[in-house]
Ligand binder design. Structure first.
Ligand SMILES: Cc1cc2nc3c(=O)[nH]c(=O)nc-3n(C[C@H](O)[C@H](O)[C@H](O)COP(=O)(O)OP(=O)(O)OC[C@H]3O[C@@H](n4cnc5c(N)ncnc54)[C@H](O)[C@@H]3O)c2cc1C
Length: 313
């Protein structure tokens, strides 16, 4: 464990101790993180990362927590949030330069105002640009990496630029698992502002009709398997509306779990296991979870691993 006294010697930003992560996740679920930290400037982040690495103290960056399921026992380590620090967005030579802490909605609006086409597909994704790059978030046929040029990261204690071709992007994945994303540069084709606004409006209407946006959730629980839709498979298993504790498989969208009443992470996790096992039993398809699980033991995680032998019953 890192002591508060030692941490304060090297860190100038905001420190919260034993911070409930339910206050920092979209799903409103998750126990306490030992430390919840907001660095004050870039130097502060670099020093912090070095400090934790030297001490082998676990840390992770958390954006808006919109793709996270954090264990009820919380996270033994530090959660680092960059939303306040890395909040700039600008255009230089037709290139959009955006900091990692900027919300996707702000990024989309900014691009539309400048008449840049391509970001509007991401409207309605509630994360930060950093989280979206880490996840290679996407919707309606577009992904955040589509018009990306490069990403500025902290890797191996150094700040460096990673070109798109070297970023390891795939379906909801990137090679930034162990990096801190600081900023990114994009070059979009030009579009008509009015058209882009219309597309954004239409996509938001579609999204709001199809997803349970009025209840805390964590987006799609499972990735779509090749040539199929996770929601369709789960729905066919008759699981919509299934409830454990305060968590329920959405009646609107079978690949969403909603927090209907003070859900625990365990409620959500148990529903995930049921969804996955039922789909495997009925279709022989092993679903891979898209939502990231934090603070879960190896044994718990093994219940969601992609090996048929793990499936019980
Ligand atoms: C209602 C709803 C709808 C959604 N719709 C979509 C959708 O259409 N398409 C889609 O792809 N996703 C969707 N999501 C999932 C989620 O919004 C995206 O994955 C989003 O990009 C996560 O961003 P975040 O800032 O919340 O990241 P978090 O959930 O906070 O973190 C996710 C991962 O990113 C890492 N991370 C965050 N910031 C950084 C950084 N600066 N540097 C390095 N790593 C970082 C975290 O460590 C973690 O590993 C949806 C979620 C919800 C709740």
């Amino acid at each position: 464990m890192v002591s508060l006294e030692d941490l304060q010697k090297i860190f100038r930003g905001e420190i919260k101790i034993s911070e409930p992560m339910s206050e920092h996740t979209w799903l409103k679920v998750g126990g306490p993180a030992d430390y919840y930290l907001k660095p004050s400037d870039r130097e502060d982040i670099l020093q912090l990362i070095d400090f934790f690495k030297e001490r082998e103290f676990p840390y992770m960056i958390v954006g808006r927590g919109s793709n996270l399921l954090i264990h009820d026992d919380g996270f033994r380590g530090a959660m680092i949030n960059l939303e306040v620090l890395l909040a700039g967005i600008r255009v230089e030579d037709d290139t959009v330069i955006v900091d990692a802490g900027v919300w996707i909605s702000t990024f989309v609006n900014f691009c539309i105002q400048y008449g840049y086409a391509g970001a509007e597909m991401l409207a309605g994704i509630p994360g930060t640009v950093g989280g979206a790059i880490r996840m290679n978030a996407g919707a309606y046929g577009g992904e955040i990496s589509d018009y990306l040029l490069d990403v500025e990261v902290i890797r191996d204690s150094k700040t460096m630029t990673v070109k798109k071709a070297d970023a390891g992007f795939g379906y909801r994945r990137s090679g930034f698992i162990n990096d801190v994303v600081l900023s990114a540069r994009f070059r979009f084709p030009k579009g008509e502002k009015e058209d882009l606004m219309r597309i954004r409006r239409e996509l938001l209407i579609k999204r709001n009709a199809a997803q349970p946006v009025d209840l805390p959730n964590t987006g799609s629980i499972f990735k779509n398997p090749e040539g199929n839709f996770a929601a369709k498979l789960i729905d066919t298993c008759g699981l919509k509306g299934k409830r454990i504790g305060g968590a329920m498989i959405s009646e609107l969208h079978a690949n969403f779990i909603v927090n209907v009443q003070n859900a625990k992470a365990k409620d959500v996790f148990d529903l995930m296991v049921i969804m996955r096992n039922e789909v495997y039993k009925q279709f022989g398809v092993l679903l891979e979870h898209e939502v990231l699980l934090v603070g879960f033991s190896k044994d718990e995680l093994s219940m969601l691993q992609n090996t048929p032998s793990e499936i019980s019953g």
